[in-house]
Design a binder for this molecule. Structure first.
Ligand code: FAD
Length: 103
């Protein structure tokens, strides 16, 4: 299933139960350096929508928090931002404005 949302959740659920899980993906591993480096430098040709901003709806966030404690906190630590749609578009972040040369 790769290291997209489906494969990562499928891996994290048994890992949270103490099982050792190996995730395989044809894309390279993330670079060191945290959220900004990941956003700027990570090439994920296997995920065509990787450079888009993404939103997790409230139900998804609640499910993630209930089933995988610590996952929401990790997303926030990597630069995810809480956002309420009634307050306007999400704030721009510097990393989102970086353009990437074609490979
Ligand atoms: C433009 C766009 C915007 C979106 N915005 C949102 C959003 O805001 N919020 C939201 O919840 N969803 C959004 N989605 C949907 C979301 O991105 C997908 O539902 C999600 O990525 C699907 O996850 P997945 O793990 O099934 O597949 P993918 O994310 O496609 O991951 C598949 C992984 O498998 C790897 N892989 C494929 N074949 C092989 C192989 N043979 N060997 C090894 N590895 C392989 C790939 O490299 C990739 O890492 C968006 C989708 C698009 C196209």
């Amino acid at each position: 299933m790769g290291a997209g949302p489906t494969g990562l959740v499928a891996a994290m659920l048994p890992a949270a139960e103490g099982l050792r899980v190996t995730v395989l993906d044809r894309d390279p591993c993330p670079p060191d350096g945290g959220g900004e480096a990941v956003c700027r430098d990570w090439r994920r040709p296997g995920v065509s929508q990787f450079r888009h901003s993404h939103c997790l709806l409230p139900g998804g966030k609640s499910l993630l928090a209930a089933e995988l404690p610590g996952a929401v906190e990790r997303i926030l630590a990597l630069g995810g931002r809480p956002h309420h749609n009634m307050t306007g578009p999400p704030p721009r972040r510097r990393a989102r404005s970086v353009s990437f040369p074609a490979d």
